[in-house]
Design a protein around this ligand. Structure first.
Ligand code: KIV
Length: 276
């Protein structure tokens, strides 16, 4: 398969072909996602919760993102690789935003960046795009500002729907090539998807968005703190892995592992006798 580009994603929207996207934070996961033919990999700041044990994404740094983007790029040459801009790495000024987006591209080698927010970050999105870096927006539930939103809650209900639509339009007008819609009503996801020229990618954004994204660890059952309503677990790896670890422990204790086939030769009987 040819390398996925922003133009390819635009064509997919126009043809009504759905887009798949998942997270990866390391080389082996990137290899799996590449093999599955998924079009987009997000190296998301969700890594703080999925693999670093934190209870929010707020503490993520640009250096951590670069560290995790690098092996993903090596493991997955085909998908479009999205580097997430962490909280506090783009809100101070357009200069700060362009500088950090440039670092993700130059040092991490991702293809595009993603940042959270609506109207209030439109000028920042424009500055990054003007610097030659494609931007994916992210509106609705924005985990980096979960304290301001009062928790991980569905956004855009009732008369708040208009604000989310306005955010989507502002991010498109600022030059974003695509936008993530997180935790909004099904029908609002449909409306925004129909109104926008650019592809929408939903996570709890309903059935009608142009694509869907799930956090890898959620969909394979490797995150057991909680399972959000929008997650489908395609696999439940945790009990399988725990079972394998328990069997390893039992075999070590019983002297069943390693077997002869797992060992190395190379010392002759005579040498051994001398050593004894
Ligand atoms: O960091 C992340 O994984 C994300 C997804 C929830 C879209 O931003």
């Amino acid at each position: 398969m040819a390398k996925i580009t922003t133009l390819k994603l635009q064509e997919m929207k126009e043809k009504g072909e759905k887009i798949s996207m998942t997270t990866a934070y390391d080389y082996p996961t990137a290899v799996l996602v590449e093999k599955a033919g998924i079009e987009i990999i997000l190296v998301g700041d969700s890594l703080m919760m999925a693999v670093m044990g934190d209870d929010s994404t707020v503490s993520c740094t640009v250096d951590q993102m670069i560290y995790h983007i690098k092996p993903v790029v090596l493991g997955a040459p085909t998908p479009l690789i999205v580097g997430d801009m962490p909280f506090g790495s783009y809100n101070e000024s357009k200069e700060q935003a362009v500088r950090n987006a440039t670092r993700l591209m130059k040092e991490g080698r991702c293809d595009v960046v993603k940042l959270e927010g609506g109207k209030e970050v439109a000028d920042i999105v424009k500055a990054i795009v003007d610097a030659g870096i494609p931007v994916m927006g992210h509106i609705g539930l924005t985990p980096q500002t979960v304290s301001k939103l009062g928790g991980f809650k569905v956004q855009g209900k009732g008369d708040k729907a208009k604000e989310v639509l306005e955010d989507a339009l502002a991010i498109q007008e600022a030059g974003a090539f695509s936008i993530v819609l997180e935790c909004i009503p099904d029908q609002l996801g449909k409306l925004i998807t129909e109104k926008l020229r650019i592809p929408t990618i939903g996570i709890g954004g309903g059935r009608y968005t142009d694509g869907q994204v799930l956090v890898f660890h959620d969909m394979v059952g490797l995150f057991d703190k909680f399972v959000p309503k929008f997650v489908k677990q395609y696999l439940n790896l945790t009990p399988e892995i725990v079972k394998a670890l328990e069997t390893f422990k039992e075999e070590v204790k019983a002297g069943k592992f390693p077997e002869e086939k797992h060992t190395f030769g190379g010392v002759t009987e005579e040498e051994l006798e001398r050593l004894y």
